[in-house]
Ligand binder design. Structure first.
Ligand code: GDP
Length: 447
């Protein structure tokens, strides 16, 4: 993980910033021999950027005479390990001689330095911030670690130095086909989950039917799927033990099954929601589908018992329509038909699940993303509530699994939900993300 070192003289707010970035997560004191006791590191997070934060605080009680020497050693050691140094000054006091001294040390290092003028809440300390230009590290950002102001500017300055994961996209774009697909089969009792899993595994590892109650007690089952073109791929069927409990249905087990469903969703990358063709889509199915999307898992709906389905095409269309009405995110979810008894449709189902996972793992490069973004915003500009146009500046993908995006702009709190959906749909089309659940949040910038 990339490392960000916070440096600066005593009392400029290093610890406050450290705590803001690391939050409630535990900060570890670095106790390797030879490392100053004052050095702390922790898992930092800023608007979705993730990095290690290293704090060089702790000189507050030092004897002023010995301070610079010790501080220099600690600062230099931290900065040499870091991918970026955040050099804090106190915006209200402006640049002090000790700040200038620290700047001299930092200029001899190769680590990029970002100057942040702290304690600048509510535009206070603007002259101090401007003074800090003289330190020679480019434009200082105005920050209030205590009040959480200036964090977007901090994000923008840090991003090029710590966004390493996003930079190495080519490998990540191409999913390793050898990695097993974590697949869960969920659905109401008697939808045919156990029958389907048995059919996939090609042996009676689980006994199905209303009277059965004994199966192998495994959390997950590994399975080698032979695709129609003859290739093989690994599938890990998660939480197959949970299926056993569904063999006998009573109220208590119904309750248990909700627990099992949640656990299976949690462990899976792709979730198959199995419906019963003789019953169609019921409210409980929609609840499960929503839970899958909310958890950010990729979802595929399979209508089982297709071998005995009546009015097949109206049933199929009814299920699709009900899904779309249920939740806008369900609009793109693939709906397939299978028969767990005959095995028909299972290969298509697994193939669809692998395709979904590819999208779920997808990283789109910032450049590609913003070229699309500019065009999309130009083609259909955001509205101007009260005559003032909402400006959308740029977009970044902060993570995959599922793909998660942040859009930066002004007055984003007034952006209608329909516009966010427009962006999501356009993005989905542009990058072939089909039915993959996507997340998009908006963040305000100052101008
Ligand atoms: P589970 O509770 O979801 O695990 O459901 P089961 O696998 O125990 O199946 C419930 C009942 O539906 C059993 O009697 C199965 O034989 C039957 N069943 C499962 N899949 C199919 C199918 O594709 N076609 C038909 N006709 N019956 C099925």
């Amino acid at each position: 993980q990339p490392i960000v070192a916070i440096v600066g003289r005593p009392n400029v707010g290093k610890s406050t910033l450290f705590n803001r970035l690391v939050g409630k997560r535990v900060a570890l004191v670095d106790d390797r021999p030879g490392v100053t006791r004052d050095r702390r590191t922790g898992d930092g997070q800023l608007l979705g950027l993730e990095f290690q934060v290293m704090d060089t605080a702790g000189f507050e009680d030092e004897d002023p005479a010995s301070l610079p020497g010790r501080m220099r050693r600690s600062t230099e050691a931290a900065v040499r390990e870091a991918d970026a140094a955040l050099f804090l000054i106190d915006a209200r006091e402006g640049v002090t001689p000790l700040d200038e001294e620290i700047a001299r040390w930092l200029r001899q290092e190769d680590t990029p330095v970002i100057v942040a003028a702290n304690k600048a809440e509510g535009r206070q300390g603007e002259s101090g911030r401007l003074e800090a230009f003289s330190l020679g590290f480019g434009e200082p950002i105005a920050l209030s670690a205590e009040h959480g102001e200036g964090l977007v500017d901090l994000f923008e300055s840090l991003r090029p130095h710590v966004e390493r994961e996003v930079e190495v996209e080519p490998e990540l774009d191409h999913e390793d086909p050898m990695r097993p697909l974590h697949l869960a089969v969920v659905g109401r009792p008697n939808a045919g989950k156990s029958t389907l899993v048995n059919k996939m595994l090609g042996e009676d590892r689980m006994i199905t039917g209303p009277e059965a109650g004994i199966t192998r007690d495994s959390i997950s089952t590994d399975w080698t799927w032979t695709s129609p073109d003859g290739g093989t791929r690994q599938v890990k069927l998660v939480d197959t033990a949970g299926l056993r409990k569904r063999a006998k249905v009573d109220d208590k087990l119904e309750w248990l099954s909700a627990q099992d469903t949640r656990r299976a969703i949690d462990m899976a990358e792709v979730v198959v929601l199995l419906l019963d063709a003789t019953r169609g889509l019921e409210v409980q199915d929609l609840k499960i589908a929503s839970a899958v999307i909310e958890e950010g898992r990729a979802l595929v709906v399979a209508i089982n018992k297709w071998d005995v389905a009546e009015h097949a095409s109206s049933l199929f269309n009814g299920v699709k329509a009900a899904l779309e009405e249920g939740l806008s995110q369900l609009k793109n979810v693939p709906v397939l038909t299978v028969s767990a008894v005959t095995g028909k449709g299972i290969d298509q189902l697994i193939g669809a699940a692998f395709t979904l996972r590819e999208g779920w793992n997808r990283r789109v490069s910032t450049g590609e993303l913003n070229r699309w973004f500019e065009a999309a915003v130009e083609q259909n500009p955001p509205p101007a509530p009260g005559g003032k146009r909402i400006k959308l500046r740029y977009i970044t993908q902060i993570k995959s699994r599922p793909p998660t995006f942040v859009v930066f702009g002004t007055r984003v709190d007034q952006l209608p939900e329909s516009y966010r959906r427009y962006l999501l749909n356009s993005l989905r089309k542009q990058f072939d993300l089909g039915a993959v659940p996507l997340r998009m949040t908006l963040r305000a910038t100052k101008n």
